[in-house]
Design a protein around this ligand. Sequence first.
Ligand SMILES: [Zn+2]
Length: 299
Amino acid sequence: MSHSNTVEFVTNGGWDERVLVFRNAPLVDTFAIISARYVVVVDTMINAVTAQKIWERIRPYLVNGRSLLVVNTHADYDHSWGNQFFAAMGVPIIGRRVSVPIFSEPDSTAFLQRVQTDEPDIFAQVVLTPPTILYDEQLTIDGGDLTLQLLATPGHTVDHAALYIPEINTLLAADAAELPYPMARTPAGLPAMRQSLAKLAAINAATVLYCHAPTDIGAQLLHDNIAYFDKLEAACRAALARGVSANPPEDADLLALVGLAYETAVPPTAIWQNVHEYYRTHGHAAQLRAMLASTAAVQ
Ligand SMILES: [Zn+2]
């Protein structure tokens, strides 16, 4: 896909006014939380230019002794490649301890080099910049009026975290759930991702915002993602019982083999049915492949 440096401020759709939503369309939504003590930027978009645009929008709130903090939900490029902008200003960047090595992994540096070649206008200046204040499973930021609870929710990536604010019963689920589904980076991540979905759904947040889903989709998306993976598990279990391999050959037609089309695994409504073709074909097949392997592993 090709990227842009546009950052749009998303009009409040009924959530608490202290939660701001920014959009680098069509790629990602990120957030800022204006608490009494801190302005907390949650994810830094794709480069220093987009990060600076977020900063310009939140700058008026940096009064009355408020300090600026940055949180990364995980190390993916659409969430953390603006870190360098804030690091250069001396702003603490909070992330999970397991995030840090990801910034220097060969896969990460190879991906950076590739997109720097493909889209130099967007990525040429990016310097991978890991978080500097680290936590393992949970971290609480006491903002005075709002408490920000960072919760490890691995699966999509090993370092993923979500953010819950109890005073306003608001959950920033980041990439733990997505329309039409989150993807685990590795097959082993799938069971962890489903556990994280269950953990977040159990919070029963009144407002749930995501990085890759419409802002008005609500907590229902958590339940719809859970239902999608439950359907895949049931279909894979039946396929394995019929003798389908837990690890079909590369060129196998997973949709035919398991007998579960994307269209029947998701709700019948337009936003689910009219997704990009990738999600209905290759993406869904990859989910089926991972589910066959993980279902067979626990049998
Ligand atoms: Zn993302």
